[in-house]
Design a protein. Structure first.
Length: 100
């Protein structure tokens, strides 16, 4: 079992190390988020935003992840940024529901 865990960690590390596009980081982040690894997802959302500072979906999903971790102010700022970048009504509805 211990060898399997080490192998999985190595595989994830290699996969993440070779990502080059914001979209690739976003896909990995979404996978981590769906598996419950919110902290890991947060790091990959951030990497996607570093590569593409106008990636509105990454801001939106990172905002939700931050809110899930209790980082309300920062999460709400990300949702607002997603809205400013054109994510639209969904971002503003999330702000209204989660940030007040």
């Amino acid at each position: 079992m211990k060898k399997l865990i080490i192998l999985l960690v190595a595989l994830v590390s290699l996969t993440t190390a070779y990502c080059q596009t914001a979209s690739e980081y976003m896909k990995i982040a979404l996978d981590k988020d769906h598996r419950g690894d919110v902290i890991g997802a947060l790091a990959d959302y951030t990497k996607a935003i570093e590569i593409d500072p106008n990636y509105r979906n990454a801001y939106f999903d990172r905002g939700l992840a931050k809110l899930n971790l209790g980082q309300k102010d920062s999460g709400c700022l990300d949702l607002s940024k997603a809205g400013e970048l054109g994510f639209g009504q969904q971002a503003y509805e999330a702000i209204k529901e989660l940030c007040n």
